[in-house]
Write a protein that binds this ligand. Structure first.
Ligand code: IPE
Ligand code: IPE
Ligand code: MG
Length: 254
């Protein structure tokens, strides 16, 4: 038998930072007899709806998984469709993001990306760098393991150059990750019913809440995000400590 908590936890505030594994574009398209590319295109519309809804829900930072270091294993045509969406998303939305105070950051390795995509990413980051109303982090050619390796390598390089000393600690390693500077990740959401991280934010996931939603990403929007906020507020984050207030279960005196 599973014991019930003796007392419901007091509702918590937030989340400030929500990370989304936007999954299910292919299944959404296949269920309609459409090419997967259409699912990815609809996924961009869902992303726009979701980003627009986030500030009103009290969220200050969204991190979305757009392309993993493992997604290169997909057929070349699909990879090229996904690259094309970066071009169209930035072309159709960058002006609005700039105007609405959104700071865009792109997480992940730049090497291996088509040159024009690299340039588009740099332009998006540069033209929104001064914004501070909302942070949108797009993980693209991103892998959690690669990000940790890169952070460790950065530290090694600094030590070899005589600009840092060991031993390496969690805070220093964290400063080398691509998410450095963003608030801590409060909750990681995965859509489509799959329940795994697929190499997303491995370090940052340490004490993040996990929410799995059965909606396919192209159907995502404000209601689904509001449901994440609700689920999160009913969680009890203990970080290895103890729930507060702690009410000891009554002892049966016999
Ligand atoms: C998510 O949708 C988008 C990317 C991984 C880029 P998928 O393309 O993974 O969709 P499913 O999982 O095949 O349905
Ligand atoms: C993770 O989804 C990557 C993105 C959402 C961009 P995948 O669909 O690639 O993950 P797996 O292969 O099902 O684990
Ligand atoms: Mg998938």
């Amino acid at each position: 038998m599973f014991a019930k908590p003796s007392q419901p936890a007091a509702p918590i505030e937030g989340p400030r930072h929500v990370a989304l594994i936007m999954d299910g574009n292919g299944r959404w398209a296949e269920a309609r007899g459409l090419p997967r590319a259409v699912g990815h295109r609809e996924g961009v519309q869902a992303l726009k709806r979701t980003v627009q809804a986030a500030p009103d829900l009290g969220i200050g930072c969204l991190t979305v998984f757009g392309f993993s270091t493992e997604n290169w294993r997909r057929p070349a045509e699909e990879v090229s469709d996904l690259m094309g969406l970066v071009r169209s998303y930035v072309a159709s939305d960058l002006k609005r993001l700039e105007r609405e105070g959104v700071k865009v950051r792109v997480l992940g390795r730049r090497t291996g990306l088509p040159a024009d995509i690299e340039a588009i990413i740099e332009r998006a980051e540069k033209s929104t760098a001064h914004n501070d109303k909302f942070i949108l982090q797009v993980a693209f050619n991103y892998g959690g393991r690669a990000d940790i390796v890169d952070a460790a390598q950065r530290h090694v390089d600094l030590v070899l150059a005589g600009k840092a000393t060991g031993p390496l600690d969690e805070e220093t390693l964290g400063l080398g990750l691509s998410t450095a500077g963003a608030p801590p990740v409060d909750v990681i959401v995965r859509t489509s019913g799959e329940q795994r991280l697929s190499n997303f934010l491995l370090w940052e996931a340490a004490y993040a809440e996990l929410v799995y939603q059965n909606v396919l990403w192209p159907d995502y929007g404000p209601e689904a995000l509001a449901d994440v906020v609700l689920q999160y507020r009913n969680r009890d984050r203990r970080f290895g400590g103890r729930a507060t207030p702690y009410a000891a279960p009554a002892l049966a005196v016999g």
